[in-house]
Design a protein around this ligand. Sequence first.
Ligand code: SR1
Ligand code: MG
Length: 400
Amino acid sequence: MSQYVAFTEQDAIRYVQKNTTLFNIDDSLTCYEFGDGNLNMVFRVSNQAGQSIILKQALPYARCVGESWPLTLDRARIEAEALLAHSKVSPGHTAKVIAYNPELALMLLEDLGHMQILRTAQNQGQHFPLLGQHMAHYFANTAFYHSDFYLTAQRKKALVAQFINPELCQITEDLFLTDPFVGHERNNYPAELEPEVSKLQSNTSLRLAVAKLKSKFLSCPQTLLHGDVHSGSIFVDQSQTKLIDPEFAFFGPIGFDLGSFIGNLLINYCAQTGRMSDETARQTMQQHLLETLNITTSGFVQQFTELAAQHCQDISFADATYQQAFLQQVLQDAIGYSGCELIRRTIGLAHTSDIDTISDEKARLAVQQRTLVLGQALILNAQQVTTSAQLAELLHQHLN
Ligand code: SR1
Ligand code: MG
């Protein structure tokens, strides 16, 4: 049994040499650490021929804050096991785990360095025509095959236990679903936003709707979620889409992953107003983002409906009318969570580069005001929406 030690670049090289067959014994290996996420170390180990592998290791604390924020190493096991589970049902859209070591809290992953992180690419105005279709496949298949529609109650409960992830869930419960709506010293926003933030935090209808979303996040183990589907957790190119980083995985409400993704598309939509000066290019990009959102949402509903019609294993859930009502509720949850994502990425602890790298302060503030208004509108109107087309109409009303 290996004892946990935080790796240096030399440790990563030694580990890869010893534990994989990718490299020859006399290869000259180089390594660099390039993790820029909030929590972990990420090493790329390569040989002189350009072959490479990723070694990702969890630290016993949150990297973005430091040792004052201790964090379970078990998140590396959760992440590796979630990737393995999701890759069984959506192999084309899940990063491949080559090996994992729970004691060292590390895993070896295929190197996706030939692709781009979606957020970086979208910030540069790049389009990915297949993204919506791919995300719909990922959301529908990961959700359906880990739900009560497909699993026996015994199997599902065993999986729920396997993916108990209290510390990472608490981060979401706090940062996503609590702090921005009640106020907290971790929140982070410019003083100029204070009037909007005070108004938001004293809106009782909003707080009630968010309380319901938080309650569902805490107490509704519908499926094995990725748990953190933001644009930094997605690798893309023109033909492929691959999800990484599901260390927040747990059994929760199906709408949470879809809502997080929708929220990130809308953050980029709003941010483009402050990023792109060429109006035609900006409108084309924003149109593309809305199309991606629409294809994802309608594709998810359609594919989940087909999976439920063909592969539902529980007679109680086989009725098409029940399935349709279930999916309507999932869509409403997703819309609510998307609004929370817009708000928490604007005023909470963890922001996004889409907004934060807008250099003009006035333009950045205008974007932040817009994401706050849109986020609230989505949360407050979610229950009125029953179809993807109605979501498109709601967005049309609030984005024009
Ligand atoms: C301290 S962790 C902050 C955020 O980063 C992760 O990717 C999650 O989105 C979390 O809320
Ligand atoms: Mg992450």
